[in-house]
Design a protein around this ligand. Structure first.
Ligand code: ARG
Length: 562
């Protein structure tokens, strides 16, 4: 059931042979400017030359000929041929389809489109999980669900920042000023403090920098003491990150951090670049030149250690060999644009034609009072606190509305966490997000709780009636037609969200559908015993099912009741 497709195939059957292809026809179909002009319109200009008639004439002729059981009437308005669908017939078919397919509705047919690797979240160990990492986590997680709905297999990878010169510095700081117990009890703030202290002291004592470099060299060389300290920092950090992932309901198929590529993969990359004569000396370091547009990509430092970009090169090649992906997405903030341009460019110079399948999916910042939320210099906002705060506030709001709700703590968790996720995903990802807990948690406006609340309302209605639908005869009224038109769009929104890597497409859609349903609920008595009750219940079921599915694609749960 796709109204555009219905219209175009009806048109195809009356157009003279070879005038236009179905795709061409479908591309031209638009929504009329005024709703009372019809549901869809076909502009006839393009046929004028071929048919040697005026567009107006063509519109009249087509309107006379058009004949389809789902079309109520066709009308020529100037050069346009407009159609009105038979609301009752269309809604009957659509509701039957959704009630039958349930949460599978909107899934793209022909599954098995191949693997999509999604590199997301990827926080840095020994540092707090930043707001940027939160954005990457929720966007990447949602894109994985959206990819699956589109028939791909998503491979979710956490490319942990667990390697690099900073760990040489951290080990140095720990050896000088660290305390085992403190790290154990309060891992991330303590490690962060040590790291900050290192930079402060190094300003007056340059030998610390040298020491840091040596420790990182030892780490890359496999030195036991360096490795065991590093391992310890890493495991403690991971425990903290796990708490956040658990709260958000996020999981990974592989945690392959930067350290995963140390040793052989890194040596191979350097060797391959050497063999292809791509490595050039530059002040003792080794780089790949990028041509005019981009600065050279640093591959190996003077002391032989490797860099972030080197590890990304090794990671891309590993992933291609391991998964043979059709796409590999990097959900990483916009400030790393240059880095990814360089990495992709080096891969193409190496002759990897699959480089075209690598996509940097950037996003904007999270702002607090108009300024970037920073993790540096004590201004840390710990994500766990943000989520806890949201859950607490959600609970207060729910208790006000429904003081006797059972299982309120679980509901508050779903609503609080859902609110934070929804707030992030409702805007196009390149936009900045203003962080405001109160705003996220209201039950009105474009919020997660608003959509969740609409689902709960639908559930309450359905609960009163057995939800096996007898005779769905369809609905002919204007109010329910608005909902049908939205329900009918869902499958295409699923495709669009994937093709643009935009979870916001789904988030915005759920708000539109929730609003339409709430206005329906205000105008129509769903439960009144007449011949259309079954259809109204089916509509209610279809809306809650699609809303739930929409939220699921965003990584948000929907409580049965709230
Ligand atoms: N750890 C990096 C950071 O926090 C993000 C890594 C993104 N993924 C990648 N393959 N480079 O900035």
């Amino acid at each position: 059931m796709n109204l555009k497709a219905v219209f175009s195939s009806a048109l195809m059957s009356i157009l003279e042979e070879k005038t236009m292809t179905v795709d061409e026809v479908e591309k031209l179909i638009e929504s009329p400017k005024y709703e009372n002009h019809g549901d869809l319109a076909f502009p006839c200009f393009i046929l004028a030359k071929q048919l040697r008639k005026t567009p107006q004439q063509i519109a009249i002729e087509l309107a006379e000929k058009l004949n389809d059981s789902l079309v109520e009437k066709a009308e020529a308005v100037g050069p346009y041929m407009n159609v009105f669908f038979n609301k009752k017939e269309v809604s009957k078919h659509l509701l039957q389809k959704i009630c039958h397919e349930q949460d599978n509705y909107g899934a793209r047919l022909a599954s098995n489109r191949g693997k999509v690797v999604i590199d997301f979240s990827s926080p840095n160990i020994a540092k707090p999980f930043s707001m940027g990492h939160l954005r990457s986590t929720v966007i990447g997680h949602s894109l994985a669900k959206i990819a699956e709905k589109n028939g791909y297999t998503a491979i979710k990878i956490n490319h942990l920042g667990d390697w690099g010169t900073q760990f040489g510095k951290l080990i140095t700081a720990y050896k000088h000023w660290g305390n085992e117990l403190e790290v154990k009890e309060n891992t991330i703030p303590t490690l962060l403090k040590l790291y900050i202290q290192f930079h402060a002291e190094a300003e007056n004592n340059p030998s610390l920098e040298e020491e840091g470099r040596t420790w990182f060299q030892r780490l890359e060389g496999g030195d036991t003491e360096a490795l065991s300290l590093w391992n310890w920092f890493k495991n403690e950090s991971l425990k903290e990150f796990e708490k956040v992932y658990k709260m958000l309901g996020v999981s990974f198929d592989a945690v392959q951090g930067e350290s995963f590529y140390n040793g052989a993969p890194m040596e191979e990359i350097v060797k391959e670049l050497e063999d292809r004569l791509l490595l050039k000396e530059s002040d003792g370091a080794r780089v790949v030149k990028m041509g005019e547009e981009l600065p050279p990509c640093l591959i190996q430092k003077t002391d032989g250690t490797t860099l972030y970009a080197t590890r990304d090169l090794a990671a891309a090649i590993y992933r291609k060999n391991q998964y043979n992906f059709v796409k590999c997405l990097y959900v990483v903030g916009g400030e790393q644009q240059l880095h990814f341009q360089q990495v992709f460019h080096v891969l193409s110079k190496m002759g990897h034609d699959w480089e075209k399948d690598l996509v940097h999916v950037p996003f904007g910042l999270i702002l607090k009072d108009g300024k970037k939320m920073s993790t540096r210099k004590g201004k840390i906002v710990l994500l766990e606190e943000v989520l806890d705060g949201a859950i607490k506030k959600a609970k207060e709001n729910i208790m006000k509305k429904n003081p006797n709700l059972q299982g309120v703590d679980e509901v508050a968790r779903e609503v609080g966490v859902g609110a934070v996720i929804f707030h992030d995903l409702k805007n196009e990802r390149m936009g900045n997000v203003e962080f405001n807990l109160d705003q996220m948690l209201t039950f009105e406006g474009e919020t997660g709780p608003y959509v969740q609340y609409t689902i709960a309302r639908g559930n309450t209605i359905l609960e009163k009636e057995a939800s096996s639908f007898g005779e769905i005869s369809g609905l002919g009224d204007e109010v329910s037609w608005q909902i049908m038109k939205l329900l009918e769009q869902f499958p295409r929104e699923v495709v669009r969200a994937y093709e643009t890597y935009e979870p916001s497409v789904i988030a915005k859609y759920t708000v539109r559908l929730a609003q339409a349903f709430n206005s329906y609920y205000g105008k129509v008595r769903i439960l009144s015993d007449d011949s259309e009750q079954e259809s109204r219940l089916a509509l209610t079921y279809a809306v809650t099912t699609v809303l739930k599915e929409g939220l699921r694609l965003l990584g948000i749960q929907s409580p049965e009741k709230m």
